[in-house]
Design a protein around this ligand. Structure first.
Ligand SMILES: [Zn+2]
Length: 391
């Protein structure tokens, strides 16, 4: 592998997953099935770094990705996800994020930042190229900029707290993002960094096929995330698992030592061993999923629940010709009536399950199993619920 690791600069890297022609967007549903099937596709080639354990799509082309209007990843329609955000915000306010100046890089629709500012009496600025909505909210306590955060300019500098949730995995040069966030804390040595991102060890150890996709080009084990933050001048203070272990949360302060140490060799070896095992096991796992979905389809209509990246990736892997899965359910009204990017499966509201004759619903995220069981059960209590990673 000729390219160096974007986190540690190491050149000992190996590829463990290649998928040709994956859809470049997962969260951009289209107005027609034809449009959805015509979206660009590209190569996903995941490489693991033997020095720090960082996993990257080495074939990622940032030019093919433009996050703007039409990108739809709002998850706050789910009670489970709302509860996750509430717990996070409450914990932050209790731990002292009160009366602070907060920056959120990649704020989405701004729900998290609004809540953090409202509950903690903070003032905030949120950046996101896909943001749409008012420029200000909460009587001016929150401001939004529909753009990437590129570093401190004018009033957008000198923050006490810098946050980036579910963003760093979309960035091919994660050190550059951390560098910009560190610059936003300049002259504030007690400033705090808060990061949330998937934990690649969870994906690898559970052999999850639908959690690697084009929108995510950077996947961190916990050690590599701490190391990347430390390299850019943040001293990690706390790290924990969130959302059933799928996500990791890192807190750090802006006063790092000069030269951080690489992640421990034992952790890096463990990640590399898991990646090699993943490479061996994933073809059989996909074949088993295909067989299972086909068997369910023979017993009656099958729907996938969740038109997010996981669901979109699963149908692309298991039903590219739309022969087995009748539709994809999503509770986000902005996705309903549209079509899955890549395969062109229709995205419907839960109420459509009955008219489509659905007998089996496959829940993409195990954290939503109970919620989906209730919502699907309200439409038709005889529908059987399955969880994708237990199929
Ligand atoms: Zn590395």
């Amino acid at each position: 592998m000729s390219r160096a690791c974007p986190v540690c600069g190491g050149t000992q890297r190996f590829a463990f997953l290649e998928r040709d022609r994956v859809p470049v967007f997962q969260n951009a549903p289209r107005a027609t099935a034809d449009e959805a099937r015509a979206i660009p596709r590209a190569l996903l080639r995941l490489v693991a770094c033997e020095s720090c354990g960082f996993v990257a799509n080495d074939a990622f082309d940032a030019e093919s990705m433009r996050y703007a209007g039409g990108y739809e990843n709002e998850q706050s329609h789910s009670g489970v996800f709302e509860a996750h955000v509430e717990t996070l915000v409450d914990g932050l306010v209790r731990s002292g994020v009160r009366g602070k100046r907060v920056l959120e890089a990649g704020c989405g629709a701004g729900a998290f930042l609004r809540r953090l500012c409202r509950e903690g009496g903070n003032t905030g600025v949120g950046f996101d190229p896909a943001y749409r909505g008012p420029d200000e909210d909460l009587d001016g306590a929150v401001r939004f900029v529909a753009d990437y955060y590129r570093g401190p300019t004018g009033p957008d500098a000198g923050f006490d707290v810098v946050i980036s949730r579910h963003v760093i995995e979309h960035v091919p040069d994660p050190r550059a993002l951390l560098h910009a966030l560190r610059a936003a804390c300049e002259d504030r040595p007690a400033a705090q960094l808060l990061l949330e991102t998937p934990d690649v060890e969870w994906i690898l150890s559970h052999c999850v096929v639908e959690d690697f996709f084009y929108e995510h080009c950077s996947y961190f084990p916990t050690g590599a995330l701490r190391y990347a933050a430390a390299c850019e001048g943040f001293r990690p203070t706390r790290q924990s698992a969130l959302f059933g272990g799928q996500y990791q949360w890192l807190e750090a302060v802006a006063d790092a030592p000069e030269k951080p140490a690489l992640p421990e060799a034992a952790e890096v070896e463990r990640i590399c061993a898991l990646a090699r095992r993943y490479a061996r096991e994933v073809p059989a796992r996909i074949a088993a999923l295909e067989r299972r979905v086909a068997a369910l389809a023979e017993q009656g209509g099958v729907a996938i629940w969740g038109a997010g990246a996981k669901g979109v990736t699963l149908v692309d892997l298991c039903d590219p010709e739309r022969r087995r899965v009748a539709c994809v359910v999503d509770i986000n009204p902005r996705k309903q009536g549209r079509f899955v990017p890549g395969t062109g499966h229709p995205i419907v509201a839960p109420e459509a399950l009955r008219e489509k004759g659905i007998r089996h619903v496959i829940v993409m995220n195990p954290n939503y199993e109970q919620e989906v069981t209730m919502q699907a059960g309200a439409v038709d209590p005889t529908i059987r619920i399955h969880v994708a990673d237990r199929l």
